[in-house]
Design a protein. Structure first.
Ligand code: FES
Length: 146
């Protein structure tokens, strides 16, 4: 059911925990399953210098959180905003169709954290749009928040 990469990321996740003095924090929940993901960002200039997570969810959600925090470290905010759940799914070697929504949580949590950072700096939050399941990852599920 899960790829070896998902199992490895789930059994040995990186970047678990809180950043006490985070510059941006994003928390999202899945309407599909009730699970919750929280992502903490440290930002210097326009770059993400640290990213950590706390996730109450399934193996796919934890693997997605871990992979996402590893991938967005060092990214400029503009690039992290465009970071898609399809990027996470690819990096994990795929997810079962019923679990693609778990990777969407990671994308949404990153965007929520960036918007929190923007709000703290007196900037308008960016429009997050609908929380689409897939972004081209091909699970065939319906968008969750439309
Ligand atoms: Fe809830 Fe995966 S089933 S996040």
């Amino acid at each position: 059911m899960y790829t070896e990469k998902v199992i490895a990321e789930f059994t040995n996740p990186e970047n678990v925990g809180e950043i006490a003095d985070a510059d941006g924090v994003g928390e999202v929940g899945s309407p599909a399953c009730g699970d919750i993901m929280k992502i903490y960002l440290k930002i210097e200039g326009d770059k993400i210098t640290d990213a950590r997570f706390q996730t109450f969810g399934c193996a796919a959600a934890i693997a997605s959180s871990s992979m996402t925090t590893r991938m967005i470290r060092g990214m400029p905010l503009s690039e992290a905003w465009e970071f898609s759940n399809a990027d996470v799914v690819d990096a994990l070697g795929g997810l079962p169709p019923a679990k693609v929504h778990c990777s969407v949580l990671a994308r949404d949590a990153v965007r929520a954290a960036i918007n929190d950072y923007r709000t703290r700096r007196g900037l308008e939050p960016r429009e997050t749009g609908s929380s689409r399941c897939c972004d081209g990852a091909g699970c065939g599920s319906k968008p969750e928040n439309d």
